[in-house]
Design a protein around this ligand. Structure first.
Ligand code: AMP
Length: 402
């Protein structure tokens, strides 16, 4: 089965065509500046070379058409007929309390995704636009929605409730949802495979550390807690997001800086975190350059990040009553050895100890703990597209078998 994976943003659309028999990525690419002018970058599996072109993309439907055209192209394409695409898997950010798993897209499902727009006003509308564009261009090819929030729907109520009046949960569904679910699910399953143990027997802490970062406590294969909350601003300080702060700061800043609450939240989303503290950049590589040049604020930003990761790991060990493995993934988790080292330092008393030699490697799947450590520390590159394609294949095959 060949599955087209689509991740649609407001003016961009990422795609991958995956052959599920071999798990190979046949082609991948990106449409940018949709609704402005339109740029396509595409890479097939015949050459390392990338195809780049300016193609008018007034709408997402035009972007999908451009993707189909290049997939069928004689020189750059990888299929000879659109019917070779057996199914489409769409990343959707918010499934609210409606979806605890991926789902075949129907009109009813689209209504439920629309109902979640107030919870993710920036993300769900472009995700829906991508779905509708595919339906328009590709007709009745089966489509599946895979939600960032679904994996965390297994959290117990004591973990997902905020201690605000209960009526706000009832009225508005104000609660912790969590995000990066596909990534946490993928690396936890990979970890079980690496450890050669059934996931049902494992207590895992998965650290998805990238530009956006979240940590999940996964007990027996089920997410029981996670650091992102009602929105992705909660939890750790990130590239440009503050992470959790005392909510009184919002009112204080609104009053003293003469801003609305929405303007303060915008600052907490876009100008805070590593960027806000360092004044240099949201990018961890830039922070490292600045730290080497003696920039104390860049060092402070990274120290704050590492300490926050450590604190959450500690709290999840306490919550689950132990841990078998800690997993690092995403841009920072896979690549930044100083983050991994600082986070795991001084945790020998918990059975956690990294081997500095093994920790030198980056971007590859490996166990970086010292041989005799009780808790394994693993680096596992994430692959959200593969999870989307796998869920799509599973659900489409199940539906066909009915
Ligand atoms: P992501 O959101 O998963 O794409 O991760 C982006 C973050 O990963 C950025 O802050 C990058 O600086 C960071 N990153 C990527 N490669 C490296 C690297 N080699 N060393 C340190 N950080 C890296």
């Amino acid at each position: 089965m060949k599955v087209l994976v689509i991740n649609a943003g407001s003016s961009s659309l990422k795609y991958q065509l995956i052959d599920m028999d071999t798990k190979a990525v046949m082609a991948k690419g990106l449409c940018e500046r949709i609704g402005i002018d339109g740029k396509l970058t595409h890479q097939g599996n015949k050459t390392e070379e990338k195809y780049k072109a300016d193609i008018a993309m007034p709408t997402h439907s035009d972007a999908i058409k451009a993707v189909i055209d290049i997939l069928l192209d004689k020189e750059w394409g990888v299929i000879s007929d659109m019917s070779e695409i057996d199914a489409v898997g769409h990343r959707v950010v918010h499934g609210g309390e409606y979806f605890a798993d991926s789902v075949i897209i129907t009109d009813k499902v689209i209504k439920a995704i629309e109902a979640c727009i107030p919870l993710a006003p920036l993300h769900n509308p472009p995700n829906l636009t991508g779905i509708n564009a595919c339906r328009e261009v590709m007709g009745d090819v089966p489509m599946v929605a895979v939600f960032d929030t679904a994996f965390h729907q297994s959290m117990p109520q004591k973990s997902y409730m905020y201690a605000v009046p209960y009526e706000y949960y009832q009225k508005y569904k104000i609660r912790r949802y969590g995000f990066h679910g596909t990534s946490h699910k993928y690396v936890s399953q990979q970890a079980a495979e690496m450890l050669g143990r059934p996931i049902e027997s494992l207590k895992l802490i998965t650290c998805h550390l990238g530009n956006g970062s979240s940590i999940a406590a996964i007990d027996g294969g089920r997410s029981v807690d996670t650091s992102m909350g009602f929105t992705p601003i909660d939890g750790l300080p990130m590239g440009t997001r503050s992470g959790n702060i005392d909510p009184s700061i919002i009112e204080f800043l609104a009053e003293h800086e003469n801003m609305s609450a929405a303007e303060v939240i915008n600052i907490l989303n876009k100008k805070s975190g590593m960027l806000g503290i360092s004044g240099v950049s949201s990018d961890f590589r830039d922070l490292d350059v600045a730290i080497n040049e003696g920039n104390n604020r860049a060092a402070l930003a990274k120290d704050m990040f590492n300490t926050s990761v450590k604190k959450i790991i500690g709290s999840y060990i306490a919550e689950m009553g132990g841990v078998d493995a800690i997993i690092f993934t995403a841009g920072v988790g896979e690549n930044d050895r100083s983050v991994r080292w600082d986070v795991c330092e001084h945790m020998e008393y918990l059975g956690i100890k990294i081997d500095p030699e093994k920790n030198k490697y980056r971007g590859r799947q490996m166990d970086i703990s010292i041989d005799y450590a009780r808790v394994r520390v693993l680096v596992i590159p994430t692959n959200e597209e593969l999870v989307i394609a796998q869920d799509t294949e599973r659900l489409v095959k199940e539906a066909q078998a009915k």
